[in-house]
Design a protein around this ligand. Structure first.
Ligand code: C5P
Length: 247
C-alpha cells in the first residue's frame, strides 16, 4: 500500500486557501508527511508573496502557483518565467488570452526554470471557462457557442499552443479526456470525498470518480483544511485515490 499511497500523493494537490501566511504555514507543516503538492492562489499570494513560497519549498512541497495570468503576451511570458524561477511546477493562465499569450506563457515557464537551474519541466495549465459562468454569462461577453464547445475549443487551443494541461471541472472529464489524451494534463477541483461537506461547490465528484474519469491531479481544500484531524482526512483521500488508481 505504501507505493500506491505514494503514487496517489503525486496526484493530490492541497489548496492552501487561507488568508494568513502564518496560519497557512502551520497547516502546511502539519501535513508535510502526508502531502507533496500545495496550491497557492491569488488570495494568499497577494499577502504573502515569494518568501512564503520559499518557505513551502524549504518544507519540501511541490508548488502549484494558481495566479491565472491573463494579459498581453510579453507580460504573461515574464510572469510565467518568474513563477517557474520561484519553484512553481504548475501555474495557470486564462486560455481566452489567445494563442500568442499561451505560447508566451509556455516559453516563459521553460525559460524561468532553465535560468533558475531547477531540475523540472514546469507546466502551464490553462483555465478554459470558469465554472462560475453559465451560458447566459458567455452570451454577455459575446460567446455564442455552448459552454462545452467553448471548453473543448479552448482546451485544444491550449494544447496546440504548448500548454501542459487544463484546469477543468470533473464533469468535463468525459468531454476532455477522450479528445486530449495524456501526457496533456487535466487538473480537477470540485472534489468531495464521500460524506464530506459540499460547501459552495455546486457540482462535485468523488476522488475515485475523478481518477476513473482520467484526472491527472485532484485539487482538494476544505475537506482537508476543515477536518478535525487533517492528516487522517488526507490519508483517507489518498487511500480512496490509491484504490481507484489500482482499478
Ligand atoms: O475547498 P475546495 O476543495 O472547494 O477548494 C477547491 C480549490 O479549487 C479552491 O482553491 C478553488 O479556488 C479552486 N477552484 C475551484 N473551482 C474551479 C476552479 C478552481 O474550486 N472551477
Amino acid at each position: 500500500m505504501t507505493d500506491a499511497l505514494n503514487a496517489a500523493r503525486d496526484r493530490l494537490v492541497f489548496a492552501l486557501d487561507l488568508d494568513d501566511a502564518a496560519d497557512a504555514l502551520t497547516v502546511a507543516r502539519d501535513l508535510r508527511s502526508e502531502l507533496r503538492w500545495v496550491k497557492v492562489a491569488t488570495r494568499l499570494y497577494t499577502r504573502a508573496g515569494p518568501s512564503f513560497l520559499a518557505e513551502l519549498k524549504a518544507m519540501g512541497f511541490r508548488l502549484f502557483l494558481d495566479l491565472k495570468f491573463h494579459d498581453i503576451p510579453a507580460q504573461v511570458e515574464g510572469a510565467c518565467r518568474s513563477a517557474a524561477a520561484l519553484g512553481a511546477e504548475l501555474m495557470t493562465v486564462h486560455a481566452c488570452g489567445g494563442r500568442a499569450m499561451l505560447e508566451a506563457a509556455a516559453r516563459g515557464a521553460a525559460r524561468g526554470a532553465d535560468e533558475a537551474g531547477i531540475g523540472f519541466d514546469p507546466r502551464v495549465l490553462a483555465v478554459t471557462v470558469l465554472t462560475s459562468l453559465d451560458d447566459s454569462d458567455l452570451n454577455d461577453i459575446g460567446v455564442n457557442r455552448s459552454i462545452n464547445d467553448q471548453v473543448l475549443a479552448l482546451a485544444q487551443l491550449a494544447r496546440a499552443s504548448g500548454c501542459g494541461g487544463v484546469v477543468a471541472s470533473p464533469k468535463e472529464l468525459p468531454l476532455l479526456r477522450p479528445n486530449l489524451p495524456s501526457p496533456f494534463g487535466i487538473l480537477t477541483p470540485g472534489i468531495r470525498p464521500t460524506g464530506a461537506a459540499v460547501g459552495d461547490q455546486k457540482r462535485v465528484t468523488t476522488p475515485a470518480d475523478a481518477i476513473a474519469g482520467g484526472s491527472d491531479w485532484l485539487v482538494i481544500g476544505r475537506p482537508i483544511r476543515n477536518a478535525p484531524d487533517r492528516a487522517a482526512a488526507t490519508r483517507a483521500i489518498l487511500e480512496e485515490m490509491a484504490i481507484a488508481m489500482g482499478r
